[in-house]
Design a protein. Structure first.
Length: 112
């Protein structure tokens, strides 16, 4: 294999490794948006949310941390302790909320 082919091969392997480890990109949802928490997805560790005023859009997904940043009335310790306690409730976001437009891959459990 000549040097050019080695370089191309190395770059291809690097790009494949990056793609394999890539996270879904978060996108912002505007502040002052009325959202409903539709479900807590335990495997993925995210909340499924919809916009109340735009029911045809979504669903979207948000982590507990991003949800609490956008809705300061929620407390992270409460949400993490009992995530289902906020399901089917509606909240108006005070701040921009970072959301995932697609469902993330479930987190793999560590085997010992």
């Amino acid at each position: 294999m000549n040097i050019t082919m080695k370089i191309i091969f190395s770059i291809s392997l690097f790009a494949a490794a990056i793609a394999a480890n890539a996270q879904l990109a978060e996108v912002p949802m505007d502040a002052n948006t009325l959202v409903e928490i539709e479900a807590y997805l335990q495997k993925e560790n995210v909340f499924e949310i919809t916009e109340v005023e735009n029911p045809g859009q979504g669903p979207w997904y948000a982590t507990a941390e991003n949800l609490v940043k956008a809705v300061p009335a929620l407390k992270l310790d409460r949400v993490k302790k009992d995530p289902n306690s906020i399901v089917k409730n509606q909240y108006k976001t005070d701040n921009v909320m970072m959301i995932l437009p697609e469902l993330p891959e479930p987190k793999k459990s560590k085997k010992k």
